[in-house]
Design a protein around this ligand. Sequence first.
Ligand code: HEC
Ligand code: HEC
Ligand code: HEC
Ligand code: HEC
Ligand code: HEC
Ligand code: HEC
Ligand code: HEC
Length: 231
Amino acid sequence: MKLPGAFYLVLAALALFAAIAVPLAVGRFGSNAVPGWTAAVSPGPLSKAHAFIGDKCESCHVPAGGIAASKCITCHASAPELLSQPATAFHANIGECRGCHVEHNPAAARPIKMDHAILDQVAAKTTGHEGSLNCFSCHATRDKHQGYFGQDCASCHVVKTWKIEGYLHPSPRSTNCTQCHKAPPSHYMMHFSMMDKTIAGQGKARVEQCFACHQTDSFNNIKGVGWVKMH
Ligand code: HEC
Ligand code: HEC
Ligand code: HEC
Ligand code: HEC
Ligand code: HEC
Ligand code: HEC
Ligand code: HEC
């Protein structure tokens, strides 16, 4: 289909006008100066937390359209909750907010989508190469293995999930439990002889013989007794 040349001329003139006038007006008076244009270019409503900035696009966007960390930091001086958790303490000086903080998607419960690749890119600026993330420095509190498997989490884990695809636990008939599991401190106190041995009906078992009293599905499932939860 061919349209008359005049139509294109009008279109081009309109586009030119918009291209000059809108940024000028917006630059001078903020995004509310030209009612309606913001809704037209917005990819969707903001998260609940940010709904109050509604159409004040420049709260987060810089004129060229990108997201500037400085804009976010204007309102978000790093919160103590973030700084006091090892995994999120990087908020003190990360200098990049995009990637992990998604917007214009009000369906998300929170405007957060953790992306380790962003951490990797930022770290690469000082270490010179990617792949230098120290998992343990951020995730020591998640160490399910109580130190038994060392600090090189990345030798077994990836960043997507702590689950390991296809991992099969040793047999419930294994007697090597202590190779991978540590007993809680209570097992090295009076509690063990007074309570645990009695509850399990295993008066002669030593602490290292986890298998005498424990199953492999949960440490609260005591052999021949069932669910026991004390603490
Ligand atoms: C005009 C101030 C302002 C600006 C600019 C701003 N925020 Fe917020 N933000 C808030 C307020 C207010 C809340 C809700 C109260 C709170 O959690 O602090 C909030 C909440 C949040 C939350 C928590 C939401 C939740 O439900 O857990 C995140 C994450 C966040 N902002 C990140 C950002 C990022 C990233 C930017 C820049 C792209 C940004 N904010 C820009 C004021 C602002
Ligand atoms: C590498 C990913 C990543 C980057 C980069 C990042 N954040 Fe976050 N941020 C997170 C995660 C993950 C959480 C959620 C932490 C939690 O819930 O324990 C979070 C939480 C927040 C919260 C919410 C706290 C609350 O009360 O709910 C704010 C505010 C926030 N970030 C602001 C920022 C700002 C500002 C920047 C840029 C200077 C930034 N973040 C950069 C991953 C990131
Ligand atoms: C609370 C901060 C915030 C406000 C206010 C905000 N945006 Fe965004 N916007 C973002 C973030 C963060 C992204 C990056 C995309 C993502 O990862 O979700 C983005 C992405 C975009 C994009 C996609 C292009 C790109 O840079 O990725 C457009 C277009 C956009 N915003 C337009 C608008 C318009 C128009 C308004 C005003 C109606 C607005 N935004 C208000 C935070 C904001
Ligand atoms: C600078 C800090 C930092 C480093 C380094 C880091 N992470 Fe994370 N990681 C986070 C944050 C923040 C989250 C979001 C959840 C949270 O607050 O703990 C997260 C989440 C995860 C999750 C859970 C995914 C999910 O959302 O359920 C896994 C798995 C993970 N990281 C593995 C790793 C591994 C493996 C490494 C090393 C290659 C690593 N991380 C390095 C900060 C870090
Ligand atoms: C020698 C290999 C190895 C090392 C090293 C290792 N893990 Fe694991 N980890 C495993 C295996 C195997 C599982 C069980 C995975 C499963 O059930 O899918 C597991 C499970 C976990 C789980 C529980 C997953 C879940 O949802 O049930 C967490 C959390 C975890 N590891 C954190 C860490 C952290 C943090 C480090 C580093 C300090 C670390 N691991 C080091 C092998 C390892
Ligand atoms: C070769 C290492 C290895 C041996 C041997 C082993 N386990 Fe495990 N076990 C793991 C790993 C890895 C996990 C998953 C990470 C975690 O939850 O601690 C796990 C998980 C468990 C869990 C679930 C823990 C939870 O919090 O959900 C129980 C219970 C358990 N093992 C009991 C046993 C018992 C009892 C024995 C001896 C009969 C045993 N395991 C032998 C490695 C081992
Ligand atoms: C004589 C029997 C017996 C032996 C041997 C034993 N336990 Fe227990 N354990 C129990 C009983 C009973 C409980 C539940 C009561 C309690 O929490 O003290 C328990 C609780 C636990 C819990 C706490 C579960 C919770 O509520 O958080 C863990 C973890 C645990 N045992 C690990 C081990 C490991 C690892 C070993 C071997 C190194 C071991 N146990 C040896 C009887 C035993």
